[in-house]
Design a protein around this ligand. Structure first.
Ligand code: SF4
Length: 499
């Protein structure tokens, strides 16, 4: 590992904004927060993957992966981050190094690749990602980027987070460090206002930023830059002139918020745009800080009026679902800040949370969940798929909300499932988003397909009788056809086979 990368990792591990980190001894801090892998457990993405997913939502930049083509394939488009303009971020660029490059070095190929991209696409900047192989053969990505930048007169930003450096979460932070070192503060905005904010850690998944932006527009608050969802290079470069930083996914890019506070005196707070109560609280905290930073006092009154109107509208739209969802049990398998913010949002509409995963959650996230769910909170550290299956099969939950990887557990148990993770295709942020989430849960839970798939096969395995099979079916949230009609169909099928 190069000396500069080692120093950068040590800097990232010494995170001032994390109370848990600061409570550690210096020696413990050096080892970072990554947990030791256990054999057989999935390891998650590598550091390169983390840096790439954190920065790829900057939409007008060319993201060039310096390494074997598989690294680009590994991280390709694994977030459903949306853009309101440029689609360059969705073009995959890689130097695709081969055996000869491994022997002779890949720096020339990298330089030529940067030139080709600039000539063909003329992006405002090129982000160059280091990977394991090119780091191991000693390619100096930082030096090549510096040379290319001088030669072509364009920012060429090295993102030094090779996969072996550590976890995906570390990669998020190393990606953020690249933004801090090479982008933020390099340009001045055309004008500034007392209402300028940055949103940090928002990736505009399925267009979630567009569910919160109208609220800010209504208050006259300007998003100077969003890091990184729907981000533009030029906007991020001017983000040091914002009055307040709103951090919405603390684990991924907290170092941007803390370092911008140290370097430019921009205060930050951690908010959430999931759930009616949390959206209102986040708006309140945001305007309070803006007023402290010099915005006019009347902003607070205007915000309260907006909150009252939006909350009433959202509750009005949710009312029709509340009756259908009241008391339904949810198993929530997600992580980090999403655990508590989604728990709060679901409880608001009367759903019961039978368990929530806390595998990726920080101590503060866990405390927050405890606060929201009370003493009976079932926090699941690491639930094996067969335990998830059993929980669903025994009907201790009516629906599972999770990422795509565990969807097949739910489908195997013939229980409704909804994608809540980064690959989801529905935006759930702001007042608008919670209505959408409730609507999607209702649609998933009351989809008639469950009636169909839960009808047992007319003959059981190993000669089981129809009654025995029927008894294994858990209590259903929606009525199934009476047993007689199932039996009649079974007899019909059997006699068709017999004839
Ligand atoms: S671990 Fe290394 S080789 Fe694998 S995807 Fe990450 S950077 Fe590429």
């Amino acid at each position: 590992m190069s000396a500069s990368l080692k120093a950068k990792i040590a800097e990232v591990f010494d995170e001032r904004g994390c109370e848990r980190n600061q409570a550690k001894s210096e020696k413990e801090r050096k080892t970072g927060c990554t947990r030791q892998l256990s054999p057989g457990a999935s390891a998650g993405g590598c550091a390169f993957d983390g840096a790439k997913v954190a920065l790829q939502p900057v939409v007008d930049v060319a993201h060039l992966v310096h390494g074997p083509i598989a690294c680009e394939g590994n991280s390709w488009d694994n977030r459903n981050a949306a853009s309101s303009g440029s689609t360059l971020y969705r073009t995959g660029f890689t130097t695709d190094i081969n055996e000869l490059d491994v022997v002779y070095g890949g720096e020339r190929r990298l330089f030529r690749s940067v030139r080709e991209i600039i000539e063909k696409y003329d992006p405002p900047a090129v982000f160059v990602y280091q990977t394991c192989v090119t780091a191991l053969i000693g390619d100096d990505v930082e030096a090549v980027c510096k040379r290319a930048s001088e030669k072509f007169g364009k920012p060429v930003v090295p993102v030094n987070a090779p996969g072996f450096a550590g976890s995906k979460n570390l990669g998020n932070k190393l990606g953020a460090e690249a933004i801090l070192d090479y982008v933020i503060g390099t340009r001045e905005p055309a004008h500034t206002t007392s209402f300028d904010i940055n949103i940090i850690g928002e990736y505009n998944l399925s267009g979630e930023l567009w569910q919160t932006k109208p609220l800010l527009d209504a208050l006259g608050i300007r998003i100077l830059s969003c890091i990184s969802g729907n981000g533009r290079y030029g906007e991020i470069a001017t983000s040091h002139r914002a009055k307040v930083n709103v951090m919405v996914c603390s684990k991924s890019m907290i170092n941007i918020a803390t370092k911008m506070e140290q370097r430019y005196g921009i205060p930050y707070f951690e908010g959430s745009f999931y759930g009616i109560g949390d959206v209102s609280d986040t708006l309140r905290q945001m305007v309070r800080l803006l007023v402290q930073q010099g915005a006019p006092d009347d902003l607070i009154g205007r915000t309260e009026r907006l909150i009252a109107a939006e909350e009433a509208r959202a509750w009005g739209r949710i009312a029709r679902y509340r009756k259908r969802l009241q008391g339904k049990r949810v198993l929530l398998i997600t992580g980090g800040v999403k655990s508590w913010s989604v728990v709060a949002a679901l409880q608001e509409v009367g759903l019961e949370i039978v368990g929530t995963s806390v595998k990726k959650s920080t101590k503060e996230d866990r405390e927050r969940i405890h606060e929201i769910m009370g003493d009976g909170a079932q926090m699941i550290d690491n639930m094996a798929p067969h335990e998830m299956y059993k929980m669903l099969r025994d009907a201790r939950a009516d629906i599972m909300l999770s990422g795509g990887r565990s969807q097949f557990v739910a489908l195997k148990a013939r229980m409704p499932w909804l994608d809540i993770n980064q690959e989801r295709h529905h935006p759930y942020a702001g007042y608008e988003g919670i209505v959408e989430l409730v609507c999607e849960i209702d649609r998933a839970m009351h989809n008639p397909v469950w009636q169909q798939v839960r009808i047992p096969a007319p003959w059981g395995d190993d000669g089981e009788t129809l009654d025995a099979v029927q008894r294994q079916v858990p209590e259903l949230p929606t009525p199934v056809p009476p047993l007689e009609s199932v039996r009649a169909r079974a007899v019909g099928v059997e006699s068709a086979f017999a004839s």
